[in-house]
Design a protein around this ligand. Structure first.
Ligand code: SIN
Length: 291
C-alpha cells in the first residue's frame, strides 16, 4: 500500500480517544461506524447526552442505536435535535407524514430504495445533514438487508496528492435524471440538477472529502466526455473495491441508524428477495456543499 494511504489510515487509528460521559461507544470499524449504548431515544435526552451523541457522530459518522422502541413522534423528536426536518421531495398521499419516508421491500417489489452507492439527494442545491433510518422489520429468514456505509474522507485521502490537486479544482453535475433512469418519476416532479465541487469540506469539521456518487453524478464539468467518464469510473470504483472504506451494519428490528450524509455514502443490500423488510427514515436539513 502507498505510504500516503497508510498515513491517512494512521491519522484515524491513532487519534486521541474521546471520553464520553453519558454513552458507551463500540466502533464497528476503526474507519467508520459505532454502536452506541446507554441511551433510550424514546425519552427526552439531557444536554450532555446530546452533546456526546453529536461528538460521536462527527467522529464515527454512522451511529447505530439498538433495541429502541420508538413511535414516529420519538423518531422525529430525536432527529429534530440536529436540525429542521427535511420534507420529502415528492407529494405524499393524504394522511401520510410529509417528513417520513417509508423504506419497504416485499415480494412485490421490483426495486428498493438505496440499492447502490450514494449519498441522499445530492442533486439538490442543499444536502441533507444526515438521515435516521429506523428499521422495525427485517427479513424473516434471519439475515439479509444489511446496509454498508463508506467514509468519503478516507476515500479522498487515499488518492495520490497529484490526483487530489486535480480533483480540488473540479465541479460535477448531480442530476436526479441519473437516479430515475429506467423508472418513471411521479407526475409533476421536477428533477433537480445541481453543480457541486468534486471535493467538498465537511461544514463542521472542515475535513475534505470526495463528493461524487454513481446514483446522481452525471459528469465533471471541466473535462471532455471521455475524460469525465474515465475519472468518475475510477472514483466510483474506489468505493466499490476498497472494503477498508466501509462498514456493514446488520439490522435487527428496532435499530435506528443515524448517518452523516455529508461525508458517508451508503448502499442498501437487497439480498433477501422475496422476503420483507420495513423501516422509516427521516432526514435533517443541511446546507449547500462547499469546496
Ligand atoms: C436509503 O436510505 O438509501 C435506504 C437505506 C436502507 O434501506 O438500508
Amino acid at each position: 500500500m502507498e505510504q500516503f494511504v497508510l498515513d491517512a489510515v494512521e491519522r484515524i487509528t491513532t487519534r486521541p480517544k474521546t471520553v464520553y460521559e453519558t454513552i458507551a461507544i463500540d466502533p464497528v470499524t476503526p474507519i467508520v461506524g459505532a454502536e452506541i449504548s446507554g441511551v433510550d431515544l424514546s425519552k427526552e435526552l439531557s444536554d450532555q447526552q446530546l452533546e456526546d451523541i453529536r461528538r460521536a457522530f462527527l467522529e464515527h459518522h454512522v451511529l447505530v442505536f439498538r433495541d429502541q422502541l420508538l413511535s414516529a413522534e420519538d423518531h422525529k423528536r430525536f432527529a429534530a435535535h440536529f436540525g429542521e426536518l427535511r420534507p420529502l421531495p415528492v407529494a405524499v398521499p393524504e394522511g401520510r407524514d410529509p417528513v417520513v419516508l417509508e423504506i419497504s421491500a416485499t415480494k412485490d417489489s421490483t426495486d428498493v430504495d438505496g440499492h447502490g452507492w450514494h449519498a441522499d439527494g445530492t442533486s439538490n442545491p442543499e444536502l441533507a445533514l444526515g438521515s435516521m433510518l429506523y428499521i422495525t422489520r427485517t427479513p424473516e429468514i434471519g439475515s439479509g438487508g444489511d446496509t454498508m456505509f463508506a467514509n468519503m474522507h478516507l476515500a479522498y485521502e487515499m488518492l495520490s496528492p497529484t490526483m487530489r490537486t486535480l480533483l480540488d479544482g473540479l465541479t460535477a453535475i448531480h442530476d436526479d435524471a441519473v437516479a430515475w433512469q429506467g423508472h418513471t418519476p411521479p407526475e409533476g416532479y421536477v428533477l433537480p440538477k445541481n453543480e457541486h465541487p468534486v471535493v467538498v469540506r465537511h461544514p463542521e469539521t472542515g475535513r475534505k472529502l470526495l463528493f461524487v456518487n454513481p446514483a446522481y453524478t452525471s459528469h465533471i464539468v471541466q473535462l471532455s466526455v471521455d475524460e469525465s467518464k474515465a475519472l468518475l469510473g475510477m472514483l466510483f470504483d474506489l468505493v466499490a473495491r476498497t472494503p477498508m472504506l466501509s462498514c456493514r451494519v446488520r439490522w435487527a428490528p428496532n435499530t435506528l441508524v443515524f448517518w452523516d450524509n455529508r461525508c458517508v455514502q451508503h448502499h442498501a443490500i437487497w439480498d433477501y428477495y422475496p422476503h420483507a423488510r420495513y423501516g422509516q427514515r427521516v432526514a435533517i436539513k443541511g446546507q449547500r456543499p462547499q469546496a
